[in-house]
Design a binder for this molecule. Structure first.
Ligand SMILES: CCCCCCCC/C=C\CCC/C=C/C(=O)SCCNC(=O)CCNC(=O)[C@H](O)C(C)(C)COP(=O)(O)OP(=O)(O)OC[C@H]1O[C@@H](n2cnc3c(N)ncnc32)[C@H](O)[C@@H]1OP(=O)(O)O
Ligand SMILES: Cc1cc2nc3c(=O)[nH]c(=O)nc-3n(C[C@H](O)[C@H](O)[C@H](O)COP(=O)(O)OP(=O)(O)OC[C@H]3O[C@@H](n4cnc5c(N)ncnc54)[C@H](O)[C@@H]3O)c2cc1C
Length: 661
């Protein structure tokens, strides 16, 4: 049964919920990985809803930027006091979840503290460094951020300009921002809130530059919160979204920190100026891999937010007629609306399943690396580079379709979809701009193909083994595994096409860099197809492992939406494999699968169990009572506090009066 049904709900939504064929709590358990985890989310939402001081003081769209930051800080401080009674303090998931529930997605002063400041200390700090800072950070005696990007440099880490020069005589590093382009720019919470930061700077010892390394740097006085001498720091101004966070700039002028403030678990500088290399050259980049490995699930949830709004609203919005002219139909009954929304529901599920898988892979890698085994780093870097790029892009597309599916009201901030969109698409840029990261995966694919060309196919990892296969015919009787083969064909032929283009250019005498650039559009296409193949195969495997038969049945229906939609979407890449009859068959299977999933559409989005508080959308309310609440929301807009505004008395009225003469 659908657990969201309550008395007083919009009857159209109740009708939808009654037509669902499965238990939404059981589905939530599959989405979040276990009944216990899903249950914990419900318990936390429930507990938070009973604490008056944690409620929004007014709707976010009516707040100024300063009010958003104030509100986020107020709630962060209250949460810090209440957290021990509300969540398992050792659980990163519960910590992120409760902040999102209480403060929302627009960011807050501690938004980066848990995800980008604490993890580098915990994974790249020595035992002594952890003892010194981890407890303080966890108790929030200090607030931190992660300062890597500079005004002139983001994607290309090797071009960072900030320097940390070792001074043997004082046993200190001297930090400097030598140019305007070397100012740190963008770090969340840096602008006004953080008093400490992980700073990525070029390590210079005995005039030798050892490249970017992480340093623990105090920015502000712990009593007065004033910037320390040698530090220039401030907020970079309003952004497209995420305005509850104070992204900042930072400059150093001969700013000294003790030698012990370089995070030295992997690379080390000894007191006499010796440099000890890390076990893997890119180990310092692992904080980014950690965040990327979490982005598929995060983005899947952003998409889930937008779809919860659009699907619920589409079930109560009546517009136009089908057969019965006496009552307008729910817009959810239109095939175009279903085609706009249902493939995105499938993607949201797929992204979340993939996301929990990459989180698990990262956690395993972390254990391996701590035990000295870095062999899995390249694989996970390639996988998460592709995944963050594809998932953020498709999430943005899906959210925008959800907005349009809500018609005019989707454009109002009452829907909250524009904020969800603005926050989600930030992910196309942060943690590595998407094209740049697709090209990182492409390096891996090209290397894999070169292994095949050199007769070393048996050394290929399981994720790229398909590149060596030779599929040229597909059975018309298409099941999920045949769709997978179709996708493998597309990904394989594009990877070979791109690699051969690169090699041909090289063989024509072009430099490696120029040849790479000339082949790069084809290379990014190969990376996208490879990643979409991974998403599809993870989805298929996940559904295969589900035990509850009712849940499995609806997930198979959803998987059918996914595989048919995805194959139609890449039609151009499978022209050599599928006949036009086969393409027609797939197209028809997609339309049938849209109809099949229709009765479960509302239950599928209800299963994400995103509370009204977290959703912050008038259109997406659980109870479906949209119109009366839209009217209330509009009336509460500060512009309506007065009937006659100063804009009228001061300018418009005199203008009209003058025109009358
Ligand atoms: C619902 C949940 C709600 C949660 C709410 C969350 C909201 C959050 C909102 C906002 C948070 C935003 C936080 C954002 C933070 C940031 O953005 S921090 C800054 C991030 N910056 C980047 O990501 C920069 C991207 N650039 C790079 O990573 C690198 O420059 C590079 C592109 C990888 C290139 O590096 P480099 O030049 O050093 O290396 P190459 O020459 O290209 O490659 C050399 C070989 O190294 C291999 N490599 C590279 N990286 C790694 C790695 N990490 N691990 C293993 N191997 C790596 C690469 O593959 C090459 O190998 P090859 O030679 O064999 O091909
Ligand atoms: C919301 C948000 C939060 C952020 N938070 C943080 C933070 O907390 N800490 C932090 O340090 N940073 C943060 N950043 C910065 C972020 O990591 C960078 O913006 C990101 O890495 C991209 O770098 P860039 O801005 O230099 O883009 P650029 O590299 O200048 O990209 C511009 C264009 O150039 C293209 N391009 C660049 N290099 C190549 C190449 N080699 N090949 C092909 N095309 C290329 C890109 O594809 C893109 O189209 C944040 C950014 C945002 C938007």
């Amino acid at each position: 049964m659908n657990q969201s049904i309550k008395p007083g709900d919009n009857p159209d939504l109740t009708e939808e919920r009654l037509s669902g064929t499965f238990d939404t709590n059981s589905m939530a358990a599959v989405i979040y990985g276990s009944d216990k985890l899903a249950q914990r989310r419900r318990e936390i939402s429930e507990a938070v809803s009973r604490i008056p001081e944690l409620q929004d003081s007014k709707p976010c769209p009516f707040m100024t930027r300063e009010e958003k930051i104030l509100e986020g800080s107020r709630k962060s401080a209250i949460l810090n006091r209440l957290l021990p009674g509300l969540i398992d303090l050792d659980s990163f998931e519960e910590t992120v979840f409760i902040h999102q529930e209480v403060i929302g997605i627009e960011g807050h002063p501690l938004a980066l503290h848990e995800s980008l400041f604490i993890p580098p200390i915990a994974t790249q700090g020595t035992d002594e460094q952890q003892k010194k800072w981890l407890g303080r950070a966890q108790r929030r005696e200090i607030i931190g951020c992660y300062a890597q990007t500079e005004l002139g440099h983001g994607s290309n880490l090797r071009a960072l300009e900030t320097t940390a020069t070792f001074d043997i005589s004082s046993q200190e590093f001297i930090l400097n921002s030598p140019t305007i382009t070397s100012l740190k720019w963008w770090p969340g919470a840096l602008g006004k809130s953080a008093n400490w930061s992980i700073v990525i700077a070029n390590l210079i010892v005995h005039d030798k530059n050892h490249g970017p390394h992480p340093f623990m740097v105090q920015l502000r006085d712990e009593k007065s919160h004033e910037p320390l001498p040698g530090i220039t720091v401030g907020d970079i101004g309003p952004k497209m979204a995420f305005n509850g966070a104070d992204n900042g700039f930072l400059g150093f002028e001969n700013y000294r920190i003790p030698r012990e403030n370089m995070l030295m678990r992997h690379s080390k500088v000894t007191p006499d100026g010796g440099y000890i290399r890390p076990p893997h050259a890119k180990i310092g980049y692992s904080g980014m891999v950690r965040v990327r490995s979490r982005m598929a699930a995060e983005q899947g949830l952003f998409l889930a937010h937008a779809l919860t709004i659009a699907v619920r609203y589409s079930a109560i919005r009546r517009q136009g007629y089908l057969e019965d002219r006496s009552r307008e139909v729910k817009v959810l009954d239109y095939q175009t609306q279903q085609h706009r929304l249902f493939p995105s529901i499938a993607r949201a599920y797929a992204f979340i399943f993939c996301g929990f898988e990459t989180i698990r892979l990262y956690d395993q890698l972390l254990i391996d690396v701590q035990n000295g085994n870095t062999s899995g780093m390249a694989d996970l870097h390639a996988l998460t580079s592709g995944l963050k790029s594809v998932v953020t892009h498709q999430t943005g597309e899906g959210i925008e379709q959800a907005r349009m599916a809500c018609g005019g009201h989707g454009y109002s901030m009452a829907s909250y979809i524009s904020e969800i969109y603005g926050v989600a698409i930030g992910g196309c840029t942060y943690e590595g701009e998407n094209m740049v990261m697709l090209l990182q995966l492409a390096r891996y694919l090209v290397k894999s193909i070169e292994m095949i060309q050199n007769g070393k196919s048996k050394n290929l990892g399981p994720m790229v083994a398909y590149l060596a296969a030779n599929e040229s015919e597909i059975d018309l009787n298409l099941g999920p595994n045949e769709y997978l083969k179709v996708f493998q064909y597309a990904a394989r032929s594009q990877a070979w096409r791109a690699t051969e283009k690169f090699q041909k250019l090289r063989n024509s005498g072009m430099s490696k860099e120029q040849a790479w650039n000339q082949a790069s559009v084809e290379l990014t296409r190969a990376s996208r197809l490879h990643t979409r193949l991974y998403i599809m195969s993870t989805f298929i495997n996940h559904v295969g492992s589900v035990v509850d038969q009712k849940i499995k049945k609806v997930l198979i229906d959803l998987l059918n939406v996914h595989i048919t939609y995805e194959v139609m979407d890449i039609g151009i890449y499978v022209q050599g494999l599928l006949s036009s009859d086969q393409m027609d068959l797939i197209r028809n299977q997609l339309y049938v699968s849209l109809e099949t999933i229709r009765p479960n559409a509302v239950s599928l989005v209800d299963s994400f169990q995103i509370s009204d508080m977290q959703l912050r959308s008038v259109l997406g309310r659980r109870d479906g009572n949209v119109y009366e609440n839209l009217f209330k929301w509009a009336k509460s807009c500060p512009l309506n506090d007065k009937d006659v505004l100063e804009s009228v008395t001061k300018y418009l009225k005199p203008m009209m009066d003058k025109s009358k003469l």
